[in-house]
Structure formats: C-alpha cells, structure tokens
Design a protein around this ligand. Structure first.
Ligand code: GLA
Length: 376
C-alpha cells in the first residue's frame, strides 16, 4: 500500500482525448485535444544514490535504473517509458538525482487515451521537481516525444505529450503543430456532454501501422512539393489540394486528402465550439470518423461498430474515434437528458456487433502537469 507521506513530491501529468484533428499533427496541422482527469501520478523522494528505483501501484514489478546507463533499458516492458524520458532529459543537459518513484496510472493502458505520454511527461516533471529544478512544460513535452520516438520506436507527433503537459481544466487546446502556438478554447457545450467510450479491443499493430501512415504522408508531401510551395500537407487548403492532387495515386492520395480535409474540419469545429453550435460540431465529428475509416483506414471493425452504435442514438450529435486508432476509444457529443439511454444503447449494440463490452470512462477535462510538495 502506498503511503503518500513517505514521499516528498506528487507530480502528475494527464491522459488526453483528442476532440478533432486526427493524424494531422505530424503533417503540421492544428489539433484540438483536451487533458483528462485520468492521469499518471509519480510519488517521488530523493534517495542519495546514483539509481532510480521504480515501482508501480498496480504492477508487482520493481526496476532499478542506473543514472549513468539510462540509454540501456530499451527492452524493458514497462520501465522503458520512464527510462527513455529520463535519458532524454539528462541528454538535454539536466541533472538527474537518485530517487525512489512510485507510479500510479489511472489512464487505462492501451486505451488510446495516451497513458504513455502521461507516464513520460510526469516522469520528467518528477525528476526535475525532486532535483529542485523549475521546468518548462513545453520542453518536457518535446523531450517526452523524443523518448517515445527514439526510445520506444513510435514515430509520433507532438500532440499527446504537449496536451499531457500543458492542458488546462475545462479547456481544449488548439495547438498548431507546425509552430507550437496554442490557444485555449473553453469546452462549453450547453445541454451536451462529451462521452469517452472504450472499445476494449486491445491496440494492435499500432506501431507498425502508425509508422506506415507517416511514411505515406511523407511520400505525398514529396510529390505535392513538385507542384506547390509547401512545407507540410497542412499548408494546403482543400481547394488548393484538389488542383494539384493529380500527382498522387491510390492509397497515398487517400491519406493526403484525409489530412487536408481534417485540417479544415479542425478550423470549422473550433469555430462551431466557440459559437456554441453543437449541431455543426457533431456533424464534423461524424465526418472525421468517416474519413479515418474510408481514407486513412485506421479505425477497424470495433471502432466502426462503436461509433456507429453511438451515431444511431437520437441523443448523440456526433461520434468519432480518438487517438491513433486500431482499437482504443471513441468520443461522442451527447445530449445530457438522453445520456443514460445513450449509454445503455451503445453498450448493447456494440457488444452485439463485436462480442466486446464497451467501457464508459468517468473523466472530465483536467490540467496538464501538477507538481505538489506532499505535506507531512
Ligand atoms: C497518436 C500519436 C499522436 C497523433 C495521434 C493521431 O496518439 O501519439 O502524435 O499522431 O496518434 O492523431
């Protein structure tokens, strides 16, 4: 049993839901994620050694990392996220001191709600805090992304780590992934709420398929650059894209069209949210899911069944997969007064279609990093 008072600091970082802007962060697009109250919390205390001792509240494992050898833990199952983050923090010139860390994660693993980003970001923030260093959350996010890419092998964009570090309660962040400029957008949905539903389909092939999609978008960009002065796919408007997309063919054309149109949907969805127009917002969520299913091909049977079950209920204004895809969660915009009936309907229809139960996560929009000294 964890006794908080045995530790000096409690440092957490958030899981996330992406409202819209899927598979566009690594193409220089804008995204609209929000941090969740589901998070990874690190309890930490200095131990006067040259080692980081790791344990978990919900795993029996105990792992010791030597501070001088942080590059050598890439094969560890769970601790590679902590080791990778610590390694890149150290490589960027920050001091790491010996410490004991207990990790407590309420973001369900493999749920597509970014447990890995929450773990990476909170680990770096905890290492900085216990060493008495003030940290810049954006630097923490960038080094966490580096860890995910170069240590664990997923060539991810910046969205997850950024929102995990910089999220703000009650808000989504409109993040420009090309410049890292951000705007906080209050999520005020009138008579509606966001519902996050898990497919309970374990993430499968995410790494290889994710990296494959990235390569396809890079191929598209190289071909389109012969026709237009662009630095990323997000530089093209849908109309500009249609004029020059003849240089693309097959799947690469579909992938690029998804990216360009999804960027436009982010713009429209942000405007709809600011105007309190939940009907338009819902329609954009549905269109995003259809594009991820038909053009980007990252949904799969279970996420399609889950989104379809949600979309078929009268209280639902829109529903889409969120995150990388290939399993994971959907996010739905649902009228409060029909919420109970909506959940019963989705649970029944989804299980009938796939054999998996649906999970409804009890989460609201929370803060990014929270670092606190534990009172004794
Ligand atoms: C994963 C990645 C993100 C982003 C999403 C898809 O969550 O970590 O960078 O690309 O997939 O939008």
């Amino acid at each position: 049993m964890l006794n908080e008072k045995d530790y000096d600091y409690k440092v957490s970082a958030a899981g996330r839901v992406n409202l819209i802007g899927e598979h566009v962060d690594y193409c220089g697009g804008k995204v609209l994620p929000a941090a969740l109250t589901l998070k990874n919390t690190v309890y930490v205390r200095a131990n006067g050694t040259d080692k980081i001792n790791l344990s978990w509240t919900d795993l029996p494992d105990k792992v010791t990392l030597e501070i001088g050898k942080l590059d050598s833990y890439r094969d560890l199952k769970y601790a590679k996220y902590q080791a990778g983050s610590a390694y890149f923090w150290q490589k960027a010139g920050h001091e790491i001191i010996g410490c004991d860390m207990v990790q407590d994660c309420t973001v369900p693993f493999g749920s597509g709600l970014s447990s890995s980003a929450a773990i990476e970001v909170s680990t770096i923030a905890a290492l900085a805090t216990v060493a008495g260093e003030e940290f810049d959350p954006v630097e923490v996010a960038l080094l966490s992304q580096k860890a995910e890419r170069e240590y664990t092998g997923v060539n991810c964009g910046i969205m997850d780590q950024y929102i995990s570090a910089c999220g703000k309660a009650g808000c989504a962040v409109l993040l420009d992934c090309k410049t890292l400029a951000r705007e906080y957008v209050p999520v005020e949905l009138g008579d509606c709420v966001l519902v996050i539903t898990g497919s309970n389909k374990p993430h499968n092939l995410v790494e290889s398929k994710y990296n494959e999609r990235r390569e396809e978008t890079e191929q598209a960009l190289a071909a389109l650059k012969t026709k237009a002065e662009i630095s990323c796919l997000a530089d093209l408007s849908p109309a500009g894209f249609e004029k020059i997309c003849g240089v693309l063919g097959g799947k690469v054309l579909d992938r690029a069209r998804h990216v360009v149109e999804e960027c436009e949907r982010v713009r429209l969805a942000t405007a709809a949210m600011r105007a309190g127009d939940t009907v338009s917002l819902g329609a954009l969520l549905n269109a995003s899911h259809a594009s991820l299913r038909d053009l980007y091909e990252v949904t799969g049977k279970e996420l399609d069944a889950l989104a379809a079950a949600a979309q078929s209920h009268p209280a639902c204004l829109g529903s889409r997969m969120t995150g990388a895809g290939f399993g994971g969660c959907t996010v739905s915009l649902v009228k409060k007064d029909g919420l109970k009936d909506f959940e019963a309907h989705v649970a029944k229809e989804y299980e009938r279609a796939t054999g998996y139960p649906a999970s409804f996560y009890d989460a609201t929009l929370g803060d990014g990093i929270i670092a606190e000294k534990i009172k004794k």
